[in-house]
Design a protein around this ligand. Sequence first.
Ligand SMILES: [Zn+2]
Length: 169
Amino acid sequence: MTAAPLKIRLYGDPCLRKKSVPVIYVGPTEQSLLQAMLAAMREHKGVGLAAPQVGVNQQIFIADIGDGPLAFINPRIIKKSGVDVIEEGCLSIPGVTVMVRRPERIVVRYIDENNQPHEKVYDEMMARVIQHEVDHLDGKLIVDYAGIKEKIKLRAQLKELERRQKGIE
Ligand SMILES: [Zn+2]
């Protein structure tokens, strides 16, 4: 059985602004959500995808920067160090990039798709992706990092995305 492909929610969808709730237990429903999210992320050639981006406000995201997909459930960033400013994009805000300042090294605590707990150090690209996705679980988006001038420049593009989102609802 193949489920219908998931639609990526675009800027303007209320799901992207809601705080996600923790997952109590990763069961078959969550497993199939993860599979469907992985398919959607690959279809859009993304390196990360959070559940709110497919309309599910649960603390789940996946990431794959080229060395295989990983699932992060109930992630908590417990340590941060360094700082880096890198241009980021987002599958929910296509065509928009923002320079985002973030710690370059993090320690993250999470459970995986088999309910196994982990505590790992990540840096560089993976630390970037994880922090971007954890933001999604808090209802935060890259445009929130834009300066006032940049926000004014982005206004028309964001309005257009909101119109597109309304069109697919
Ligand atoms: Zn994103």
